[in-house]
Design a protein around this ligand. Structure first.
Ligand code: NAD
Length: 498
């Protein structure tokens, strides 16, 4: 393992470590600040304003005051702001990626990938802003017009997690701007710096004062409760854990607020007897190792048909044990640290539990000493369906292989594996590898998830409707549906004049 340490990126000097309220960078009223750390080295990167409920109130008041004027701007002007911001993000890829890697840990190549992915939401919604449609019909008796139009929902609360510090923001801010909504935005306390850079880019792109207001805080409950209970916000868009999502849904009931919830996952990854094993291993390396395993879409339970288990395991172990682990800012590093020590302790506990219940670690399997929050790429075989990690998001670089079917490749074991895959309260994404089109169709139809990857380990795309069912969430982000989450429908009845 490489654990070289790096200097903080120059790009940090361009981050405003303050709150953004009404177009002005401002310290928290209390003067409080909190440290943002590099998970690879433990060094402090910045001291960021620690907002409280008073700051939150000012931010939302501003968003509410600006809503009417912002909603009246032309779709074309909003589209152009988004397009300029898209270009600025792309132009500043290296700088943003360096900040993201420093605060979150993902290797630079992946951070650059997230910058491209995150920027693309702005380009996509720049295109959608000018295509907000409506409908026009007439009543059955021919006497009245039914004119249906869409209007911005109003001031929105946006809350994002730490694992995709740029893309989770652009996936919400893009459609909110396109629709004509003002916003209060609370990025995750572990990774606020990328979000602050993003806010600055939007100002440079011409976003009017007060349309986007940003509050960083170590007390998310206090800040967000202030917003949820205010009666001023009309929508909450949240990405994060199911547990916090449920709290927000309860709070949203108080003012019957529109909600979008992108919550946790427990993705099944199914390798059928007839799978192309090279493609299946390639797919798993993406579905498991993207973001060091810290993704809601991460393959959590990997079901492998017994007839291909030995071959698949060997190929996977070869790939996983060859990965270079270390500080993601260094050349050639493929696996960075986990985001904090608590995350390493959680992964460690889940692996120990699986081993106690009969699993074998084919590589990795124990935490790494030294600075930084590292856990090595790990492959566990013969994982029991009763192991805790089958009902918990692992959120780390651990591939848990669970056999299904029999040694006979003619026995596809499909009913059993689908039943196991669906035996979870979550339903975000599922992956399946098979070369049989009927089997692929059955898996696509029967998996209880919002998204299915067939012979691919990556489903995220700005042009696709991302989201889950069951306890993985409500609503969709991206694609043609993404903007509707920020629009209300209004119907006007009008007699027809003949
Ligand atoms: P988290 O729920 O702990 O935090 C998410 C955000 O909620 C953060 O900004 C945090 O400050 C805030 N928060 C925490 N407590 C709050 C409260 N009481 N009220 C209001 N806000 C509060 O999740 P996390 O650890 O940052 O992120 C990991 C989780 O996010 C995983 O469960 C992962 O699956 C999920 N996730 C889902 C998607 C998706 O699109 N479905 C994408 C990325 C991550």
């Amino acid at each position: 393992m490489t654990t070289t340490t790096s200097a903080p990126p120059q790009a940090l000097s361009r981050v405003h470590p303050d709150l953004l309220i009404d177009g002005t960078w401002t310290p928290a009223q209390s003067g409080a600040r909190f440290a943002v750390e590099n998970p690879a080295t433990g060094e402090t990167l910045a001291q960021v304003a620690d907002g409280n409920a008073d700051d939150a109130r000012r931010a939302l008041r501003t968003a509410a005051d600006r809503q009417e004027a912002w909603a009246a701007t032309s779709p074309r002007s909003r589209s152009e702001i988004l397009y300029r911001a898209y270009q600025l993000i792309v132009d500043r890829t290296d700088e943003i990626a360096a900040v993201m890697t420093a605060e979150m840990g993902k290797p630079l190549a992946e951070a650059r990938g997230e910058v491209a992915y995150g920027a693309e939401f702005f380009r996509w919604f720049a295109e959608e802003a000018v295509r907000i449609g409506g409908d026009h019909t007439i009543t059955g008796d021919g006497a009245n017009r039914i004119v249906v139009s869409k209007q911005p929902v109003g001031p929105c609360i946006l809350i994002t997690p730490w694992n995709f510090p740029l893309a989770m923001g652009t996936r919400k801010i893009g459609p909110a701007i396109a629709a004509g909504c003002t916003m209060v935005f609370k990025p995750a306390e572990l990774t606020p710096l990328t979000a602050l850079l993003l806010a600055d880019i939007l100002i440079e792109a011409g976003l009017p004062d007060g349309v986007l207001n940003v509050v960083t805080t170590t007390d998310p409950g206090a800040v967000v409760t202030e917003w949820m209970d205010s009666g001023l916000a009309r929508k909450v868009s949240f990405t994060g854990s199911t547990e916090v999502g449920k709290t927000l849904l309860r709070q949203a009931a108080g003012t019957v607020m529109r909600t979008s919830m992108e919550l946790g996952g427990n993705a099944p990854f199914i390798v059928c007897a007839d799978a192309d094993l090279d493609r299946a291993v390639d797919g798993l390396m993406v579905a498991k190792m993207r973001n060091i395993g810290q993704a809601c879409t991460a393959a959590n339970r990997i079901f492998v048909h017994r007839s291909v288990q030995a071959d698949f395991t060997q190929r996977l172990v070869d790939r996983m044990s060859a990965l270079a682990v270390g500080d993601g800012s260094q050349d050639g590093i493929q696996v960075g640290p986990l985001v904090e020590d608590k995350a390493v302790a959680k992964v460690e506990g889940l692996v120990d539990d699986a081993i106690t219940k009969g699993a074998t670690a084919q590589c990795g399997g124990a935490r790494t000493d030294g600075p930084g929050h590292f856990y090595p790429p790990t492959v566990l075989t013969d994982v029991s369906i009763d192991a805790d990690l089958t009902s918990t998001e692992i959120f780390g670089p651990v591939a848990a292989l669970i056999p299904f079917g029999t040694d006979d490749s003619d026995d596809d074991g499909l009913d059993d594996v689908i039943a196991m895959a669906n035996d979870t309260p979550w339903g975000l994404v599922g992956y399946a590898f098979t070369q049989d089109i009927d089997r692929a169709d059955a898996l696509s139809t029967r998996l209880q998830v919002g998204m299915v990857g067939i012979n691919t380990g990556l489903v995220s795309n700005p042009a696709a409707p991302f989201g889950g069912i069951k306890e993985s969430g409500l609503g969709r982000e991206g694609g043609r549906l993404g903007i509707d989450e920020f629009l209300d429908i209004k119907y006007v009845a009008r007699p027809i004049n003949r």
